[in-house]
Design a protein around this ligand. Sequence first.
Ligand code: GDP
Length: 528
Amino acid sequence: MPSRYATETARRRTFAIISHPDAGKTTVTEKLLLFGGAIQLAGTVKGRKAARHATSDWMELEKQRGISVTSSVMQFPYKDRIVNLLDTPGHQDFSEDTYRTLTAVDSALMVIDVAKGVEERTIKLMEVCRLRDTPIMTFINKLDREGREPIELLDEVEDVLKIQCAPVTWPIGMGKRFKGVYHLKRDVVHLFSPTHGGKIQQGETIQGLDNPRLDEVLGSQAEELREELELVMGASHQFDKDEYLAGRQTPVFFGSAINNFGIQELLDDFVEHAPPPQPRPTEIRKVSPEEETFSGFVFKIQANMDPQHRDRIAFLRICSGTFTKGMKLNHVRIQRDVRISDALTFLASDREHLEEAYPGDIIGLHNHGTIRIGDTFTQGEALAFTGIPNFAPELFRRAQLRDPLKMKQLHKGLQQLCEEGATQLFRPLTNNDLILGAVGILQFDVVAHRLKSEYNVDAAFETVSVQTARWVTCEDERKLEQFKDKAAANLAIDHGGDLVYIAPTRVNLQMAMEKWPEVTFSATREHG
Ligand code: GDP
């Protein structure tokens, strides 16, 4: 008999949804939760967002922009599995956050709008998934609307995303003629019955493609379906679990999330086929989820999730071992033991205090400024999980304070918001500027907004003559000191205490690199 640990590990399914904005990620999330029994009423995900809008101005900004800035984690049981769904921000200015979240999942679900096909954000996110051969399931959404021919869409996915498609369900018509989906493997037709909101309506199912009942309810569409399927089965790939797990093939499902339709088929096959927790690389060895000593890494930090409590939460993905309340963990980077008595779990309804968690689960640690993205926690072994990058920002602004008396709050606010990783703070060695670096321009608005609403600091961001930044290291201590001395005007310390070269132009950077060949200039920093 497998141990309780082995059973609990094997039943975890940890994934994220990748899609282009508007394809229906929020709606699919909501409906997965609905079918998972995690919420009674669909609309709760949005409702929850709305409740938070009311309490936070920053959320107001999110609403105005029509984007989802926050990421969260939702856990729900389905059949005998425990599903962990990691939400990712849709807006491209927050893409780093999304990349890092994708390091913490074992598989992904790609949502595609039937009318739009493969869009730009999907292509980017797919590239990220490919770096780790993350298995991907595909849901083609909005079949209740007119869209493109399904066969054409599968061709596009194969051509553009370079992944084989294996249709698992097939749509019967679309738009006004949308009648349901046929499950190729189970040989069952599930008839479409639009249901909005939180009701789950089973709808009629018909066993067997040759069943005369199909002709009764579908009329001429029954024959069309049979002909089309013959073509599809001849021309497309059959679902092959190994190919899927290797990241070379994606099983494809069709449906209409807003109508709660096609989600059940997706979820049933997802919990059956999606991979359980996978091994994860560290600097010295791979950690297998079968190991019973605890290890995990932080992939995300979020400040002030609850504006009432001013908390900062570090999201840790468990890679091995059981987490139990009150256990002592070693924070490897700073070589300190900490007792974790108040970790959070993320049940879909709300955050809750947690007793036990297993590989694949995410726990939330309260962060008092010591935890950084990429940090590893173990039961003593000096491990460092790899592959959680920080990218050099492309845009820079100097923080300018409107009320000089608020300098301390500004420091604190910037330091804490930068821990989240979306923006980075640089303090030059030779002056008192506070320079904020970001990948997307929207970040500056968000930070200004949050400084005001969460820290009561009125700050603006003005242009500064920095074009690019590189983290610098040097094996030779003496050379490094020389470099620091000579290049001081272009050096800064980031919010994690690391040394950074901030260059006014690319040419300047190029020259510095040529002049100091012993110094390593890197555009990404592995956390930790
Ligand atoms: P996200 O930006 O990817 O999170 O997308 P949302 O879930 O917010 O959906 C974008 C828009 O598409 C919203 O107006 C949804 O109501 C709508 N939508 C989502 N799913 C469906 C669907 O199955 N059919 C139709 N007609 N609209 C949908």
